[in-house]
Design a protein around this ligand. Sequence first.
Ligand code: TRP
Ligand code: SF4
Length: 491
Amino acid sequence: MTNKLDPWSSSEINDYSKLFEEFGISPFDNVLPEIPSPHMYMRRRVIFGHRDYEQIAEAMRTGAPFSVMDGFMPSGKVHLGHKMVMDQIIWHQQMGASAFVGIADREAFSVRGFSWQKCREIGVEEYILSLIALGFKPDGLIYFQSGCESVKDLAFELGVKVNFSELSAIYGFSGETNLSHMISVATQAADILQPQLEEFEGPKPVVVPVGPDQDPHLRLTRGLAGKMSMFRVEERENANGEKYLSVRGKGAPKEALQELKKRIPAKVKLYEEHIDVLQTPDYAFLERIGLQISQPEKREYFMTQIQEIAKFANEAKPPEFLEYEKYFVFRRIWKTTRKILEEVVAEVAAEFEGYAFIPPASTYHRFMSGLQGGKMSSSVPDSYIALTDNPKEGAKKVKRAKTGGCVTMEEQKKLGGKPDECSVFELMLFHLLGDDEELLEIRQECVSGTRMCGSCKQLAAEKMYEFLKDHQEKRELAREHLDEYNIIYKK
Ligand code: TRP
Ligand code: SF4
């Protein structure tokens, strides 16, 4: 069976490695060292994959503008699964991102048949109050899709570049699929691209934290980012297999093309071979590229980057330049050049009313399992904990949850428990225990048979009670301060 990811029937994904191969999602481990102080979900491998997160990590390190964007379909109760996403939005916001949260009422209207009024009630009462209670800052934008003109306009424009065959390939849409459902898909792509519109200071890296079931939306949107852009910066290969960067402007107005030619290096061709030149070390070639950049600040930026790389190369050089160092130097130069090109291209596009979207980045987190094992399901209240559950009831659900322990104590002492198949451990891992050491200790004790499930349940139930109580107080506070937030409702 192929692993088709369908965001509307969240099929269980038991083999994450397939995602890496089939859809080009990269393991998160690769970028982890580049992130200043990684979120708990990152350290604990709850976030296991990403696309293009390097650019987000870089923006966090350098203070360059970037955004975090996410959407929630107002479908029912807000629960711990939503908290995972909200935590990530808020964390990125704290790390310097401008934050955008869309309440996907168009999706709920078209897929679930909810009225606008119901969408608004659920949107505010469930999602927005909890988002704010968890720490969302008032400078972020929260909007209902149906109230946001720029998203609706962009969705319509994006629609020109999507056809039915594509939608049926990505989502399995058929002749039965209603038109509004398709429009809601375009709207979602518009949600994701909106932070890059001129009214929000133009192109920038945007990260969308999601579960793997939402990946189809990202694939569609990343494709659209390219199709909508006036120019495209592409990595190409010549006949000798050497890589170079080039800018394409198919369909762009002549004047825009002329302007572009004025501003960028006549021919930016960067071949891996030039690394050998670097060993000499002779940067003449790179300086020649740099000097062709007509705007002074950009030229200066490029030149300082090259100098830094030169410094690194000089230090690493004698007695011989290792392969990986060579590669490192090459990547740095490549990235710097690409960045300059993208900036120039974005400026020219904006001057000629065109777009220059950067394909959105994403992270992928593991799903929580149901408290009784199996899947979380909104129709089985005992399988999940809602953020609005009565704290006592929440604690009771923890006590009733399925663990990875053995049937008898004797057996467990002898064989140990299985924390990886234990929903109580999962609650601690995902939500309740902030201290990595403590968590590892529990794990160790469990595996070695010195810990019994009763003590985990007791601990987790207490923490759950406290969390829910505190969260619900904060929700009431949020309700009182709602008008201090930047929220766009349907007119
Ligand atoms: N489809 C998402 C859901 O089912 C909601 C959503 C709307 C979304 N717009 C988005 C998610 C943009 C990520 C990014 O909950
Ligand atoms: Fe889970 Fe704790 Fe029991 Fe281990 S001891 S199976 S972690 S509840």
